[in-house]
Design a protein around this ligand. Structure first.
Ligand code: AHR
Length: 859
């Protein structure tokens, strides 16, 4: 039987493998073998003789599957590694037993792997197990074969590709066409299947060193302040000298502190949005949450009344469901318990509104009451003049008690049938008294941070869980009944009552720039709704419409109401003046795949051409390194956009050991928006430890304020008992706001910004680098006030005696000194401020963040 070409090539390579030659001039071989294997991660072992194998990093995964949804879809079975003639490594693997989709990625060095793709090899009933790959010299491309294990008999299939994007139709192949390129090795006493390759020793060395560096870095990043007394046992108070040199200064961003608002953890409905009625629109559904439906949050308080949901002839087609009450004997009411009860304040007024349509019977009126569980009545009003067509009715109810757990009762006063929708109750005391406004205490807590911008509406909410869940700004403006509610991917419902108009108004109210983020034509990669876990995107022939939607947003925000219909809508809503939109985010930590890149580039080019003044913010994945980070930066740089959004949630040690992270950034590339970050200690809430390391990071960012333009901690808000993500910056319930220690750090930076960075030299008496890294200083000047602001950090378990040489700053000898301090595990601590006379010497207590604000002398 003639040898199949792939077998021949395989045989050649096997023969070659026996010719390992050892470098006789050094103690390392020129080449050796690697064995690539692993389940749920591509792992390597190396060997000189193919007998004794050494798993690198004890089975450290060098690439993991990024397919489909979080959890069970991100699988890797039977990876096969292949080196092409041009030296590029290809790795392919099986994703599951169900469908004919495989995973493919490439690498030049076995450690940096390009974004993965998941081509369909096999339509219909079949799967792709035991994938093999070989080069076909005749066709100058790759032959891929696999076993379909789905049918009764195992069948062999093959296809051909030149580029791993386009594949010939799968066809059945004979057994002889298989290369049988897998070997079985015993590693640590266990049998593993994989592929063996001879490679240069330097390449193996690179693998080993990459793992060692990863281990070393993980060790550093996982250092905890709680261990400090051990690590720094015997450490005496240190002496610190800070010498500020104002002659060495540079302009920095005066917008460094902003906020990132996403509707996660009930941040919007039930949170910042002051609406008190839950499921006001009867639009809750099983898609929002598997236990919910249109009647959720509503009950009846008696008999002789029917309550059901209808959809024909709704108030608005975007709001299809409404309630129908069939009153057989008056007296029974429909009850809403709000979001964990309705909080009321004695003497405060509440705006009630509802759409009603009389269906049967005449002379209907409604008693609207705020009541307690034991029949207490906290406020009453009446709705009359119900018509046969939908009409919005209003009433004002004054609360006669302060309670946390009131309910709203709607009690029809006559027999008959009525339809209700958009049942709403707002405190009149919203933030800045706005109608359809924001909860005053929460909004004020945000305003107190002095954020210079607000990024919204996400996060993952912006790009959505699948194509139909991409956040579309047009669905969120206009009359409330016309807005299009949607499922929130964090597992609940978005009324869109807090929509683009409200976001922009809030920004204006607090003097912050709006930074809306729009999907880059692709939903969240982890939604996997493109079919069998694939990343999907808006079809290319619909992208022009999508781009027009973005143009319409810019016009809605900035346009002339006389010239543009979207600008007119803004004016009609009550804001004839432009909002002055300057920033627009495209994408949110997306997978930088071909699907993404094609759409992202289309959008950015179009905006740049039509609105060259618009500051476009791109995206660089969810980590501070890796393929989405690298490719995101590449795409953003090539596209010539001005800014890029980085995200990283990392342990406190990362901030301590990466203080030079932005010092090395190329100043000729786009500027950075650090859009999401936080110090995370697994299983713990944020505390002094996380807050101080975030403060340290911000000090380093101020030094790099020429390249880092904006930052925002994430996530911002979390309602107690409704939290999907932890930790968060500000916790709250219906009546209390509970800022974390991290909030105080953000606020101190937000209230003490500068626009000029002054170089300072910090000397620590103890030369140990672990000690030195825990002392930091940032000095800025605020040109508006002329004030000098010095921020000092002591992350050591001992006091630091600081001597500040600031004679050249020409400042008064008094300062406002604010100190935030505590034990690493403390979850509560308040900054303490005092006016102090400043002599140059000061004590920085253990684990402290100090802000000194000084006036310049008026000579
Ligand atoms: O901040 C919470 C989530 O973290 C955001 O929605 C997303 O962008 C990131 O993964």
């Amino acid at each position: 039987m003639p040898l199949h070409p792939f077998r021949y090539i395989h045989l050649l390579s096997v023969l070659f493998l026996f010719t390992v030659h050892i470098n006789i001039y050094a103690d390392e071989p020129d080449s050796a073998y690697i064995f690539a294997y692993g389940e749920n991660g591509l792992r390597f072992a190396w060997s000189i003789d193919k007998e004794n194998w050494h798993p690198i990093g004890n089975g450290h995964p060098f690439v993991k599957s990024d397919f489909g949804r979080w959890g069970s879809q991100k699988r890797m079975y039977d990876p096969v590694l292949y080196r092409a003639g041009n030296g590029l490594w290809h790795c392919l693997w099986t994703l599951n037993d169900d469908v004919g989709v495989i995973a493919h990625t490439t690498s030049g060095n076995l450690t940096y792997w390009k974004p993965q793709s998941y081509p369909y090899l096999f339509e219909g009933q079949g799967n792709c197990r035991m994938i093999e790959i070989g080069y076909d010299p005749d066709k100058d491309g790759y032959f891929i074969s696999w076993v379909n294990t789905k049918g009764q008999d195992k069948e062999l299939f093959g296809t051909f590709t030149k580029d791993f994007k386009h594949f010939e139709p799968a066809r059945k192949i004979p057994e002889a066409a298989r290369i049988n390129q897998r070997d079985v090795m015993i590693l640590n006493g266990e049998s593993q299947t994989g592929t063996t390759h001879q490679i240069a020793w330097t390449e193996i060395d690179h693998l080993i060193k990459t793992w060692q560096i990863a281990e070393y870095r993980n060790g550093l990043h996982n250092e905890l302040m709680r261990d400090d007394p051990v690590r720094f046992a015997g450490l005496k108070p240190v002496e610190v000298t800070v010498t500020v040199d104002p002659s060495k200064s540079k302009p920095i961003s005066n917008m460094l502190i902003g906020i990132f608002f996403e509707d996660i953890n009930y941040a919007a409905d039930g949170g910042l949005y002051a609406e008190l009625i839950r499921n006001r629109d009867f639009e809750f559904s099983g898609a929002d949450h598997r236990e919910w439906n249109a009647r959720s949050a509503w009950t009846l308080n008696g008999e002789h009344i029917g309550f059901h949901i209808e959809t024909s002839g709704p108030v608005h087609e975007n709001n299809k469901h409404y309630a129908v009450l069939d009153i057989r004997k008056p007296g029974t009411g429909l009850i809403n318990e709000g979001f964990d009860g309705i909080p009321l304040k004695k003497g405060d007024k509440y705006d009630f509104s509802v759409f009603i349509r009389g269906l049967e019977g005449r002379g209907q009126s409604l008693l609207v009451r705020l009541t307690g569980k034991n029949g207490e009545v906290y406020g009453v009003s009446t709705i009359k003049n119900i018509s046969q067509s939908w009409k919005k009715h209003f009433a004002v109810i004054t609360a006669n008690e302060t309670v946390n757990d009131a309910r709203l009762e709607i009690i029809p006063q006559a027999e008959g049938k009525i339809a209700l929708d958009m049942v709403s109750l707002f405190p009149q005391k919203t933030f800045r008294g706005r109608k359809n406004g924001l909860r005053a205490d929460l909004a004020q807590t945000l305003a107190d941070m002095h954020p210079r911008f607000v990024r919204f509406p996400g996060g993952c909410v912006a790009h959505g869980d699948g194509m139909d869940n991409i956040y579309r700004w047009k669905n969120t403006i206009g009359p409330l009944e016309s807005r299009k509610p949607d499922r929130n991917l964090w597992g609940y419902h978005q009324t869109m009552g807090l929509g683009y108009y409200e976001y922009f108004l809030f920004c204006e109210d607090i003097g912050a720039e709006p930074l809306p983020v729009l999907a880059a034509g692709v939903p969240c990669q982890n939604s996997g709704t493109g079919g069998h876990g694939q990343q999907c995107g808006i079809p290319l022939d619909e992208m022009q419409d999508y781009i027009q939607e973005i143009f319409d947003l810019i016009e809605w925000a900035n346009g002339d109401p006389k010239k543009n219909k979207w600008a007119k809508m803004r004016a009609d809503a009550g804001h004839p003046e432009p909002f002055g939109l300057k920033y627009i985010g495209i994408g949110n930590e997306d997978l930088i795949s071909d699907v993404f890149e094609e759409r992202f580039v289309m959008i950015c080019r179009a905006i740049k051409e039509k609105y060259p003044e618009m500051m476009i913010v791109g995206t660089a994945g969810p980590f501070y390194e890796g393929s989405d980070y690298t490719e995101g930066w590449r795409v953003a740089t090539e596209t010539g956009i001005q800014m890029i959004d980085e995200h990283y949630y990392v342990p406190p040690g990362w901030f301590i050991h990466n203080q030079d992270y932005y010092d090395r950034y190329d100043r000729s590339k786009p500027r950075v928006y650090l859009g999401e970050y936080a110090a995370h200690v697994p299983g713990r809430h944020n505390n002094i430890e996380t807050a101080l390391t975030e403060a340290l990071h911000l000090a380093n960012i101020e030094r790099n304020g020429d390249i880092v333009a904006l930052t925002s901690y994430a996530p911002l808000l979390a309602k107690e008992k409704h939290t999907q993500w932890s930790p968060d910056l500000i916790y709250f319930n219906n009546t209390e706001v509970k800022p974390t220690v991290g909030y105080h750090v953000q606020k101190l930076y937000g209230q003490n910004p500068g626009d000029e960075y002054l170089t300072s030299l910090v000397k620590v008496s103890d030369g140990n680098s672990g000690v030195c890294k825990r002392i930091a200083c940032s000095v800025v000047r605020d040109s508006k006030t002329g004030d000098i602001i010095i921020k000092l950090l002591n992350l050591l378990p001992v006091e630091a005696k600081a001597m500040l040489n600031i004679d050249d700053l020409n400042v008064e000898n008094t300062a406002v000194k604010t100190v935030l301090t505590g034990k690493p595990d403390d979850r509560r601590a308040e900054p303490v401020s005092a006016q102090v006379t400043f002599s140059g010497e000061m004590e920085l207590s253990a684990y402290s963040f100090t802000v000194l604000r000084m006036k310049v002398k008026n000579d």
